[in-house]
Unconditional design. Structure first.
Length: 501
């Protein structure tokens, strides 16, 4: 099984999703339980990647390779290292939570809804494990289709606009990536990602390829100023769509920088690092202020996601300024911090959107002004909501603190002012998150409907307690995650610092 584990993780949810469509909407309970069992099975299988992983090497593991389109040397080639493996487990973990969270809230076309999430799970695992660039591109683009349907069919009143905007932004950005992949094939005769890592490119070639990749990955992260699709998509998406979009799909952009931009265009990444750092800092600070004035809870969390993901790109590109041959730890810390931030943001953003989903299921409103005094009728739920809010604000002891702190430590070595600006998120994050908590959960009950709310049921409790444990465990003991990625990140740092000129 080990030799075909990745293929199983890709194919099982995709084929399972197709099977669930065949079950049909008439048998809703069968659809729910089949989807849950499938998602749990895929998650349990994915844990074999962790238990069987050798963290002492940067080489790809669980590799599978077979010819696909022989005349162009395009192969079905998959494998994982310490960078991709944690993201795959995050994907399979999040899918289980989404299916449990959507148990009662989705009634319309339930079979298609569950199938869309399972298929998207398989496709995103494909993105994180593909070692052939055309295979990567196919998975990358195909993963847009289920999310387009999720937003467009089960979304809010303005769902068609949000779905088309999401699709156009992410699809058009990817076209530039495809052009650059074809160009590199013309130079090397191979579509293999690892072959592209070793391809010698001139400064001009690297610059063009860097910006082609940058457009594709920056839209996905999303970075300022190509972030405007995200708040619309989040506000219109159903709760499950928002969870997967924030927890998983944004990480595809960060992963692209790790897997393609740094190793393939190392000189261009160094040359343009200042521009990316400035855009990252704008996202961290300016978007934090934008979050502060939001009236819609989902929109506030969406803007918060953009601000927090700014730490990922800051950690990645600050390495060039932070690197010191005598003390390479700072650059390494920034890169590892960016990876930890991606994992942590996956937990926290999922939890925050699920919290909003619990309230929306009861009162069908995301407006902060609708609520007030929720703690009086939902004390257990409020406890979870406050924990996740604190994690979102970067409270020490939660996972939200670890990644941001590591990136800030790395940024200190690059430029003290970069670190100072990045650290403002600890103030801004606390401001917009706690202000939302104050208006929604504390105070007197102003809306009579709030007084009638029922506290969370066993299903909602189980989802929130699992995420709470993940946030606290990673916050208190992130070492296992850091250890498993350390050698791969060290190898990536060497690639990024090696000139191809």
């Amino acid at each position: 099984m080990e030799n075909a584990l990745l293929s199983l993780l890709i194919c099982l949810p995709i084929l399972g999703g197709a099977g669930i469509i065949l079950i049909g909407d008439e048998r809703k309970n069968t659809v729910r339980w089949t989807s849950l069992v499938l998602s749990i099975l895929v998650f349990v299988l994915s844990l074999n990647l962790w238990t069987g992983f050798d963290s002492s090497t940067h080489l790809m593991q669980f590799v599978e390779k077979s010819a696909w389109i022989s005349q162009f040397d395009i192969n079905y080639h998959v494998g994982v290292d310490g960078i991709s493996m944690p993201l795959i487990i995050l994907t399979t973990f999040s899918t289980v939570l989404v299916i449990v969270a959507s148990w009662e809230s989705i009634q319309k076309r339930l079979a298609h809804y569950m199938a869309a999430f399972l298929m998207m799970e398989g496709l995103i695992v494909g993105v994180f494990s593909a070692l052939d660039s055309i295979l990567f591109y196919v998975f990358w683009e195909a993963s847009l289709i289920p999310m387009l349907l999720i937003v467009g069919i089960w979304g809010g009143d303005n769902r068609i606009y949000a779905a088309i905007k999401f699709f156009l932004y992410t699809f058009l950005g990817s076209v530039f990536m495809l052009i650059s992949l074809i160009y590199m094939y013309s130079q090397s005769g191979s579509f293999g990602v690892l072959d592209m890592h070793n391809l010698s490119l001139s400064g001009t070639e690297q610059a063009w390829i860097f910006w082609a990749f940058f457009i594709a990955f920056a839209v996905k992260v999303p970075m300022f100023p190509v972030h405007t699709w995200l708040p619309d998509a989040h506000v219109q998406a159903p709760t499950g769509g928002s969870v997967i979009l924030a927890a998983i799909m944004l990480k595809m952009g960060g992963y692209g920088f790790f897997r393609f931009s740094l190793p393939i265009t190392s000189d261009a990444a160094l040359q343009f690092s200042d521009i990316v750092i400035i855009l990252s800092l704008i996202a961290i600070v300016y978007i934090g202020f934008v979050a502060l004035v939001q009236r819609d809870m989902k929109k506030l969390i969406a803007y918060s996601s953009i601000s927090h993901m700014g730490f990922v790109t800051l950690g990645v590109f600050a390495l060039f300024l932070a690197y010191n041959p005598q003390a390479p730890e700072a650059a390494l810390l920034g890169l590892e911090g960016a990876m930890v931030q991606m994992i942590s943001h996956g937990f926290i953003s999922a939890a925050m959107f699920l919290v909003v989903g619990v309230l929306y299921d009861r009162l069908h409103s995301r407006e902060i002004a609708t609520y007030g005094g929720v703690i009086n009728s939902m004390p257990k739920f409020t406890g979870f909501a406050v924990l996740f809010a604190m994690a979102n604000a970067g409270l020490p002891g939660t996972s939200g603190f670890v990644g941001e702190f590591m990136v800030i430590l790395g940024a200190v070595q690059a430029n003290i002012w970069y670190a100072v600006l990045a650290a403002t998120t600890l103030v801004l994050g606390a401001a917009y998150t706690l202000w939302m908590v104050k208006r929604v959960f504390w105070g007197a009950v102003t809306n009579p409907k709030v007084a009638t709310l029922n506290d969370i049921n066993g299903r909602e409790f189980s989802v929130l307690v699992i995420l709470a444990l993940a946030v606290i465990i990673v916050g208190l003991y992130p070492q296992p995650i850091i250890e498993v990625m350390h050698v791969s990140i060290e190898h990536l740092l060497n690639q990024a610092l090696t000139s191809k000129l």
